[in-house]
Design a protein. Sequence first.
Length: 351
Amino acid sequence: MLENLHVRNLTVFPEANLQFSKNLNIIIGENSTGKSHLLKIAYGALSTSWEGNRKAKGSSPTKTLIQTHLAEKLVNIFRPASLGRLTRRKQGRERCEVKLTFSNSQFDFAFSFASNSKTEVSMEQVPQSWLNAPSVYLPTRELLTLSPNFVAFYEGHYLEFEETWRDTCLLLGAPLYRGIKEKQIQELLKPLELAMGGSVELDTHGRFYLNQGASRGRFEMSLVAEGQRKLAMLARLVATGVLLEQGVLFWDEPEANLNPRLLRQVAESLIHLSHGGVQVFLATHSLFLLREIEILMAHGYDRKIEPRFFGLHFSEGGVVVEQGDSIDQVGNIATLDENLAQTDRFLDADH
């Protein structure tokens, strides 16, 4: 479990020290406050360690191996002209520093790079062990319709797509899980399949379908509404066992292109996953999604979940982070305030 992320001079952040929950972590802020940057820097580090575990074939992490793969991963995720472009812009040379602390200290590591770095990362702390659980990054758009041949095409050509897309497509194409946790998977799938109106299927050619039963039949994902396709991504990752105990989910603006009915189901599914041992990180500015999560918590849907909230705010020196165990503790978010103000204007209007 990732307990802490400390960044200094990362894009818009002069410095930020984020203390995470083992369950559900929600990053809230206006556009351009760096919500996605925090998700991506954490995902880049975690996925580098997990991929290293798969490639190392039993060997321990080394400084040379990690710094090479980490630099490549960050460039491929953020797509800057050079790695140094991720350093906060100010006059003179500056250095970006990142440190990740886990509940198990053998996974801890820290790195930095200068504003003039091309692809060079310096390792300040090398982990003693590789991470043994995958991380998943869900972008703002769905990926199921891209999956056929996308990975092969991506790896054979230079494309200006974030590598998170390629990583997620690989996980979506994994075989279905078979084993002792099938019952747990079915429990997680049930509400998702109810919301989608069917189950996700993958054919031998790599195309995804939504099977809505004998009465309605099977539909290509390209013919299904995007909101349902986003839920289908989550369902597929559950069905393959990727999102089970010790996994990590990063989801950037899950509310994009989802209607309120499906967004309610997203909130419930995220609570389910958190309770099942998946550490969840969300970036959002949806008041509706936040309210749904609060409603579920307030009505005792699951008292064991301990959410953590992070409010991102503009200041003269850059973006600052306020954090706490409730939305009330992270300061006023302009986007949320505007939503509330609109509700008040609507209620006050004469109809």
